[in-house]
Design a protein around this ligand. Structure first.
Ligand SMILES: [Fe+2]
Length: 497
């Protein structure tokens, strides 16, 4: 691989990172066939409106609140996302390649103590900000822009396909890269699964030049204790995966690395590969052989959760129709071929096949569960319908974006097959909703749903706090932030120790 390609791969993988969520056709595909004016009324949709990057790092104390912040919410609500820094040519911007910025609100004793937003200090970000970068620059260095999670008292910003995690302190300052006490070799992931029962952090890592993907288990001591190499062809993108009590589930879909696209300068050098069959792999959690099950061509972005049920494995996930093209120069950002919907896949291990069922066909993304139930049976799930995303992303078949479906948050009751909708004002631009259980909660949904939501009346973001058992009711609190939180990717509630 040439140095140019290596750099391009890194950039492309970084972009992909997040969010396979809602990416789409290429500059050489249907999107490019139409003038920009037909695609959107904005010239650079991912630099404007709800996506527009912020230009400052803010610190604000004692934030104004409408309603009351529950006194038991003591911790930090953090969210990561791309926020381009020092962009010289907007035509070369790809939303998913923006430098990671973490936004955070610190809640304590019923108060919104502070808000901060900070770029993740990779070597490139440090240089652009005129700061020094401590220590040697790691390979594939990138300001992780996809997720931010708690890990054994640390806070880690995550990126898939190359970059090491970056550790942040409690005020969102970058501490440095983190390699799990020297035990992580190579790439990590943006989407980990933490099994609270076992105290294990699981990951599936992929990298463009590998002939396999890696299942990593970080043990309760914080070390990568086991690595299992799972052979795959064509270097497929694996943005997320699923974990049950007994199994690891990987999704090998036809979005694969394309060296030619990388050499040609594609920012996101992954293409829909018609020669690459779609399949689901199920591996014992303890390691061992993977059983593969064919599925019709499809793409998935995120798993909500998964669990074992008798001799079957049940996975709830967001999927996209085929083909799902990601490659290209993407001068104006990604474009959706279709919108994400929520499905349930049941892998029957005894009969050897996968059945698929639509749970909710409304456009939505960023599915989340009560994290205490990761790998165990769940009843409820939470997701976001961000109308601004639908407006910005081009439908691959040329149809106009779905403007009828306004911004909203969903609470799915998967036992009843129903969903509640917390509707937000048009232009509210709801982000991912994170569930925080109440202390000593007995019922799965006894807790809070937190989401960063753009408040169009103020031109700034609010941190919305809902009672999850009164999902459609008036929010418990709206914490009013001093600035915008651009539409981004994933985050976590980091409870005080
Ligand atoms: Fe993601």
């Amino acid at each position: 691989m040439t140095e140019h390609t290596r750099r391009t791969v890194l950039r492309g993988a970084a972009g992909l990172a997040a969010a396979t969520a809602l990416t789409g056709t290429t500059a050489a595909g249907p999107a490019a066939a139409r003038p920009a004016a037909e695609r959107t009324d904005r010239q650079y949709p991912f630099l404007e409106g709800a996506f527009a990057p912020v230009t400052e790092e803010l610190t604000a104390f004692d934030l104004p609140v409408t309603g009351r912040v529950p006194r038991e919410l003591n911790g930090r609500c953090l969210r990561n996302g791309p926020n381009v820094l020092g962009l010289e040519d907007p035509r070369l911007h790809h939303w998913m390649l923006g430098e990671g910025m973490v936004h955070g609100v610190r809640l304590r004793d019923g108060r919104a103590e502070w808000y901060r937003n900070r770029w993740v200090r990779s070597s490139q970000v440090a240089a652009k900000l005129g700061e020094s970068y401590p220590g040697p620059v790691p390979p594939d260095d990138f300001p992780c822009n996809t997720h931010v999670i708690p890990h054994r008292g640390r806070i880690l910003a995550l990126q898939e396909s190359g970059p090491l995690p970056y550790e942040l302190d409690g005020e969102l300052n970058t501490v440095g890269t983190y390699d799990f006490r020297g035990t992580l070799e190579g790439a990590f992931t943006a989407h980990t699964k933490y099994d609270a029962h076992a105290g294990e952090l699981h990951a599936i890592a992929y990298y463009p030049t590998w002939d396999h993907v890696r299942h990593l288990v970080v043990d309760p001591g914080g070390r990568v204790a086991r690595t299992t190499r799972i052979p795959v062809r064509d270097a497929p993108m694996m943005h997320d995966f699923a974990l049950t009590e007994k199994h690891v589930v990987v999704f090998d879909t036809p979005v694969t690395f394309d060296a030619a696209a990388a050499e040609a300068g594609a920012l996101v050098p992954y293409v829909w590969n018609r020669e690459h069959p779609a399949r689901v792999g199920v591996m014992p959690r303890s390691g061992g052989a993977v059983r593969w099950f064919d599925v019709d061509p499809v793409y998935y972005s995120h798993t909500l959760n998964a669990y074992d049920e008798g001799t079957s494995v049940v996975i709830d996930l967001t999927t996209y129709p085929a083909p799902f093209d990601v490659a290209g120069t993407c001068t104006d950002g990604p474009h959706a071929v279709g919108t994400g919907k929520l499905e349930r896949w049941t892998v029957d291990l005894r009969r050897g096949h996968v059945s698929r069922r639509t749970l909710d066909d409304r456009p939505q993304e960023f599915p989340r569960v009560n994290e205490e139930l990761v790998s165990r049976r769940h009843r409820y799930g939470y997701s976001a319908a961000a109308a601004e995303m639908s407006v910005a992303y081009l439908a691959g078949d040329g149809s106009p974006p779905d403007r009828a479906f306004s911004d909203a948050l969903f609470k799915h009751d998967l036992a009843r097959g129903t969903a509640q909708v917390h509707r937000l004002p048009r232009g509210a631009a709801a982000g991912e909703a994170v569930f925080v259980p109440r202390e000593h909660a007995v019922q799965e949904d006894d807790g809070y749903t937190l989401a960063y939501v753009h408040n169009p009346d103020r031109g700034a973001a609010d941190l919305l706090i809902l009672a999850a058992q009164d999902f459609t009711g008036e929010p418990l609190a709206r914490v009013h932030l001093p600035g915008r939180v651009p539409l981004g990717f994933h985050g976590s509630w980091i409870p005080d120790a």
